[in-house]
Design a binder for this molecule. Structure first.
Ligand code: ZN
Length: 674
């Protein structure tokens, strides 16, 4: 549960000074549809890498591609079949491309690609098609049987009947992941992590039986399995591994990981790749823990990657992980910043404004680095995190430390693509605040990510015997809030000036303003009128912002004020705001350390979920005039392999010209492994 997603786009951002773009004319904009903008990212420094490193990145990018179908299937059981069918229609269409039906179909195809299935990647709601059922059925009728993605024994009529339901019935598989604790969250979720007829109570009872509260080094139960009801009506785990569920895709991943191992940078890296391959072969979660420890402890390699079942946001119970991959290499210049922070991890822990019993007496090996991403896949594509901190297992983090990674070139692409979008003029209260954001938001935003990942998630400890899953469906939201609060608290600390990371004691105010503006108002742009806040990071951000607003009311720390009929965030007392942040951090740390489900749930329900409909409508109206997409994601660069006369690889070149549909169709052709 340790990844940081980008907040809403801000801009213009002038102070992009950390890493100058390699190419001033680089075009970040690729595609724009519905609530999405697709960008591309540059990979600075790739050309200067050694051939061996380039080869490793290439093999790892192939290992990343190879697992693509896994996330599609995890997100919903009909997603792969639907994608195959839609792509056949998409590529074979010979009708009128100006017709409303075609345009709506084209849009739906792009949305399904972006969601890795029929649900929105962020809201988890099912997409609504704008084309008619008759149009769809006509297009299917034009395809010969040999082109249809028929399941074993399935007839054409049966395929059309189920696909009609999947596309056009809004009540069928309506929500990918439901976090509504008043219902059975498994029954209410369309995710394919659970089979038919499985209930929340049965799953919880199943794992309660397996879990030993006295086990100091528990495996991550359910991390890599689908839960079904077998023929006898008993709960059974279908484990993801070479000879199990998703075996054909896993076989390809293993092949490419093995190639990567052959060009690994050192023995430590070879050792953890070997462990990861072992894990993919057996599905044994003890092996996964061994791999995670080796991976976290390798801080010497420049090339690095994540490839596996890692984050559990896609599971309503927060146990089973979605498949994802990141391929990257170290940005040495920018890493100096995070190395300074992680080098002082113990100081930050010792001064944290929480109950001293819940501080870590010894912070173990928090390593932090800044990287440039060179390939994104699975649940990290097209929408990606801007920071990651792994491994996730609490006991590994406590005993062996964790690795924290800030994705600099991705953050930079977001910032560059936002220049001149009119956001500040519309939403920021006055010129001095705008100026503050221009000067300090980029650096404080990066620092917020660093502190969130490298120190926030790594800080604190549980009371002995407390179940790490005790906060249940609120676990992700409260964990993200804890990490954000830690980061916000220390952004305003004079220690950062002393360490030479910031040069102005006022700089933190830029991030404080943006955080309140985003949490109280602008992130609402991502939500349809009438709906609640659902996604864990958004809930966390609203929780903090609303809590600070409400608890600072009597001192007027932060206010929502009206100017020319528009609502603005006004921060009157930044120092007091920091005090409130420290208070809330202490309370959320207590909730986590003691596993206080009730207090956590009360906080989430009171502050994180509900939206004032009047303010919501105002934000949507003001945004619509700006045409800023609420969500953004990325296409990857294309790896072009250059061979010499002997057929050996002599170079690898990145190409940045592929369009969004071309990339999606190519990935479908090259990686239909399930
Ligand atoms: Zn996080």
């Amino acid at each position: 549960m340790k990844k940081l997603l980008p907040a809403i786009a801000l801009g213009p951002i002038m102070a992009i000074s950390l890493q100058a773009a390699e190419n001033k004319d680089f075009n970040y904009h690729v595609d724009r549809f519905a609530d999405i903008e697709v960008l591309r990212y540059e990979v600075p420094g790739f050309k200067e890498l050694s051939l061996q490193q380039k080869k490793m990145l290439y093999y790892l990018s192939q290992a990343a591609q190879a697992g693509r179908d896994i996330i599609w299937d995890q997100n919903g059981r009909y997603n792969l079949q639907l994608r195959h069918l839609l792509e056949k229609i998409y590529t074979g269409f010979s009708g009128d491309r100006e017709s409303a039906d075609w345009k709506a179909f084209d849009l739906y195809m792009k949305q399904v690609w972006f969601g890795n299935g029929i649900h929105h990647h962020y809201s988890n709601d099912k997409f609504t098609p704008g084309f008619s059922q008759a149009f769809f059925e006509q297009q299917v009728a034009l395809l010969p049987d040999s082109e249809l993605p028929l399941a074993d024994g399935q007839s054409r009529e049966e395929l059309v009947a189920i696909m009609d339901k999947v596309i056009f019935d809004p009540s069928f598989m309506a929500k990918k992941v439901s976090q509504d604790g008043s219902q059975d969250v498994i029954v209410a979720s369309a995710t394919n992590l659970y089979g038919d007829g499985v209930t929340q109570q049965e799953v919880e009872a199943y794992y309660d039986k397996l879990k030993d509260p006295n086990d100091a080094t528990p495996i991550s139960y359910g991390l890599n399995s689908r839960i079904i009801k077998n023929a006898d009506g008993e709960i059974e785990e279908q484990v993801y591994h070479l000879n199990g569920l998703y075996g054909p895709a896993i076989a390809k991943i293993i092949y490419w990981l093995d190639m990567a191992k052959s060009v690994a940078e050192n023995d430590a890296q070879k050792a953890y790749i070997t462990k990861l391959i072992d894990f993919y072969i057996t599905g044994d979660l003890r092996t996964f823990d061994e791999y995670s420890i080796l991976w976290a402890e390798d801080t010497a390699s420049d090339v690095d990657f994540v490839n596996g079942f890692i984050e559990s946001y896609g599971d309503p119970l927060g146990m089973t992980a979605s498949w994802e991959a990141y391929v990257n290499f170290k940005n040495k210049e920018a890493s100096a910043r995070t190395e300074t922070i992680s080098g002082n991890a113990q100081w930050f822990e010792d001064h944290s404004p929480i109950n001293p019993d819940y501080r870590k007496p010894v912070v173990k090996g928090v390593s932090a680095k800044v990287i440039n991403a060179s390939y994104l896949a699975g649940d990290a594509y097209p929408s990606t995190a801007i920071g990651i901190n792994l491994p996730n297992a609490n006991w590994i983090r406590a005993a062996h430390g964790s690795k924290s990674v800030t994705l600099e070139n991705i953050t930079e692409a977001y910032a560059m693509a936002s220049i001149g979008n009119g956001f500040n003029e519309e939403f920021v209260i006055d010129a001095p605040t705008s100026k503050l954001l221009d000067e300090y938001l980029y650096i404080t935003d990066m620092l917020h990510t660093d502190l969130h990942e490298c120190l926030g998630h790594a800080s604190g400890r549980l009371k002995p015997g407390v179940d790490p899953d005790a906060l249940k469906e609120n676990g992700s939201t409260l964990e993200e809030a804890r990490a954000d609060l830690f980061a916000l608290y220390y952004l305003a600390d004079p220690k950062l000036l002393e360490l030479g990371i910031l040069d102005n004691p006022e700089a933190y105010k830029a991030e404080y303003y943006k955080y309140m503006l985003n949490g109280l108002m602008t992130q609402l742009n991502r939500i349809e009128l009438g709906k609640d806040v659902e996604e864990a990071h958004m809930r966390n951000r609203q929780l903090i912002a609303k809590w600070v607003l409400e608890n600072g009311k009597k001192d007027k720390v932060v206010e929502l004020v009206k100017k020319n009929g528009k609502t603005f965030v006004k921060i009157n007392d930044y120092a007091k705001m920091r005090g409130l942040i420290g208070q809330l951090l202490a309370e959320i740390q207590r909730i986590k350390s003691e596993g206080d489900y009730k207090a956590g749930n009360d906080l989430v329900q009171k502050y994180a979920v509900k939206i004032d409909p009047k303010l919501h409508k105002e934000v949507l109206d003001r945004y619509s005039k700006l045409d800023i997409p609420p969500y953004r994601g990325f296409v990857n660069p294309v790896y072009t392999v250059v061979y010499d006369n002997d057929g050996e690889i002599s170079d690898i070149i990145l190409d940045y010209t592929e369009s969004y549909p071309d990339q999606m169709l190519r990935l479908g052709r090259e990686n239909s492994n399930l």
